[in-house]
Write a protein that binds this ligand. Structure first.
Ligand code: ATP
Ligand code: PYR
Ligand code: K
Ligand code: MG
Length: 581
């Protein structure tokens, strides 16, 4: 029993151990500590599970050192080591559904740090091409691939283009500089040696085109505001009307009568540097290219077509929604892309901050309707760039993204430059697991009214099979869904329905496997697949049984999009429910 003097730690304390102390599903409480040891994790409130009401007391340190004994795990089934250990520890329903993306930077680029992130649940490593050198990025890609190949992880690689945006190149100081109320500043595109006080150098030659006296220039979505008082050729003289901090590379937006002056369409979505980075990404065989400042569907289609001519692998193109233009054309951009990133950082420069939550909800909804994975990005745990615990508001924001059924959450500076990257990742992991459990109990999945995607009969059949399968799996309380898939279509259609049981996607295509790492609730497994579906099923069940990951009495639902190449077999388009015997 806890006695006076014991220490009840708050949320942040639960992640005191390196790598995180995970609490099992349903146990989300206040660990009580004495002499630096956890005595118990006591759930302070009642919670609902399986329809009943329980109070839970869990004694001992929960799952500390999860993912440790994980070397023995390669094998025929293509399980990654993290999922396998998680499955052993938590069972089918305990598998996390929401995927986690980490931006890699100087704070986490050693092989050791990367492995800790992989162990901590990183599904995708993101490299932001705005920063660092080609050699640095190449070294990183090699390290991640080495971890995958030699240690059995399954971490996909994403590069993120720099994109074109009007931003500050120089503001007269090496780091941030203060702009005082009423101070007069000169804005130019002219390059100069050294720094000139009160002079802002912008990156884009035409930055002042179309801008008039009386317009406002806003730094980083509100860090400071200036009013244009005079136009001198291509340059502007401005007065600071809302004092604040000017950061290096601050983003500039232009406003007239309270309305944004849309400028992004003037800039090419992909610059010469971006094309060279894309070429690099293709040659390094990355899995995703996130395209910054997409303004229309054509840019996405153009890149996808280009990739198709350059690589036999279908590298997935994620369109980043981070401008007003993109919001105007949201549906066509989502339809053209392989997935979306809600880039809230730059989006917040372009739209009033109070609109971000509703815009996020709208984008996640459109993505779900059109069956495209969606990543919620930027500032999820921003305070953790500096501090070892998140703010309560940040945890609420993460939970909200999970409640909206985003496919993935992303860390930026928290992992790239912050000293608490692994802790931040464990906060994402624990917070998402908790909200997933809650949503499951609420059974919110069933609310989705689905838009029909395919126009051909086979496509419509596949959609119907997947939504019926998900409904059946929920209603029958099945343990897992097995989907056999070559290109991932059926796996993503099932994921779209956000079913309760985990989705194991068996594929024989390693690119499909890596692309599925981003999809909600899907554990992609690389296996040999034959045209004989019954044999595929029997083989995978045998393998799972040998590994002790499935036991007699477990029930699984099986669907497939494998179309046999021989005509002697009928197309396998059924839903089977199998009880393991
Ligand atoms: N590869 C890297 N090398 C050095 N610093 C990096 C790297 N990647 C990210 N960072 C740092 O982490 C911070 C947050 O990363 P993030 O990717 O969100 O960048 P960003 O510059 O805000 O741009 P974007 O809008 O493209 O996300 C950056 O401002 C930068 O300081
Ligand atoms: C991720 C990103 O590019 C942004 O939030 O602006
Ligand atoms: K970027
Ligand atoms: Mg951005």
């Amino acid at each position: 029993m806890a006695v006076l003097g014991d220490l009840a730690l708050k949320f942040g304390g639960m992640i005191k151990k390196e790598g995180g102390v995970d609490l099992k599903d349903g146990v989300f409480g206040v660990p009580i500590r004495r002499d630096g040891k956890n005595l118990c994790a006591l759930n302070p409130r009642k919670f609902r599970a399986g329809g009943g009401v329980q109070a839970v007391m869990q004694v001992g340190v929960e799952s500390a050192g999860v993912y440790q004994d994980s070397k023995s795990l390669e094998g025929a089934l293509g399980f990654d080591v993290v999922t396998e250990v998680e499955l052993r520890e938590k069972g089918f329903l305990g598998l996390r559904k929401t995927k986690l993306v980490c931006t890699i930077g100087p704070a986490c680029c050693s092989l050791e740090d990367l492995e800790k992130l992989a162990m901590g649940g990183m599904n995708v490593a993101r490299l932001n091409m705005c920063h660092n050198t080609r050699e640095w990025h190449q070294d990183l890609i090699r390290k991640i691939k080495k971890l995958n190949e030699e240690k059995g992880y399954c971490v996909s690689l994403m590069i993120d283009t720099e994109g074109s945006q009007i931003h500050v190149v120089d503001h007269g100081a090496p780091s941030s500089v203060k702009a005082e109320d009423g101070s007069i500043w000169f804005f130019t595109n002219e390059k100069f040696e050294g720094s000139r006080p009160f002079t802002i150098q912008a990156n884009y030659e035409g930055f002042a085109e179309g801008i008039e006296v009386g317009d406002e220039i806003v730094f980083d979505g509100g860090m400071a505001t200036f009013e244009v008082v005079e136009k001198i050729g291509n340059d502007l003289r401005c007065k600071c009307t809302d004092p604040g901090l000017l950061l290096p590379r601050a983003k500039l937006s232009f406003w007239r009568d309270g309305m944004l002056v849309e400028r992004n369409y003037e800039l090419p979505t992909l610059s010469t540097k971006d094309w060279s980075d894309i070429e690099f990404g293709i040659s390094e065989d990355v899995d995703f290219i996130a395209m910054s400042f997409v303004n229309d569907a054509d840019a996405v289609t153009h890149l996808k077509n280009y990739i198709a001519t350059r690589s036999s692998k279908s590298i997935k193109v994620l369109a980043k929604i981070e401008s007003m233009e993109a919001l105007h054309k949201l549906e066509e951009i989502v339809a053209a892309s392989d997935g979306i990133m809600i880039a809230r950082g730059d989006l917040g420069v372009e739209i009033p901050l109070e609109q971000i939550p509703t815009v996020q909800e709208e984008i996640t909804y459109v993505c779900r309707q059109l069956n495209k994975p969606v990543v919620v990005a930027s500032q999820l745990l921003e305070s953790m760039v500096e501090y070892p615990t998140p703010t309560r508001a940040e945890v609420a924001d993460v939970s909200e993204a999970v409640r909206q059924y985003a496919d993935a959450l992303m860390l930026s500076g928290e992992s790239a430059i912050g000293p608490f990257g692994q802790k931040a990742l464990s906060v994402l992991r624990m917070t998402s697991s908790r909200m997933e459990l809650w949503s499951r109990e609420e059974n919110r999945q069933n609310v989705l009214l689905q838009h029909s995607l395919g126009s051909s009969l086979p496509d419509q059949i596949a959609e119907q099979i997947c939504s019926s399968a998900a409904g059946m799996a929920n209603n029958l309380g099945l343990d897992a869904i097995f989907v056999y898939t070559r290109h991932g279509c059926m796996a993503s259609l099932i994921s779209r329905n956000r079913p309760n049981p985990p989705i194991f996607a068996f594929t024989n295509d390693s690119n499909t496997r890596m692309a599925l790492t981003l999809q909600w609730g899907v554990t992609p497994l690389l296996v040999d697949l034959s045209d004989d579906m019954e044999a595929n099923i029997a083989k995978s069940i045998d393998l799972l049984k040998t590994k002790g990951l499935i036991k007699n009495g477990d029930t699984v639902l099986v669907v497939s999009d494998i179309i046999p190449t021989t005509t002697t077999q009928t197309v396998f388009q059924s839903i089977q429910v199998k009880t393991i015997v």
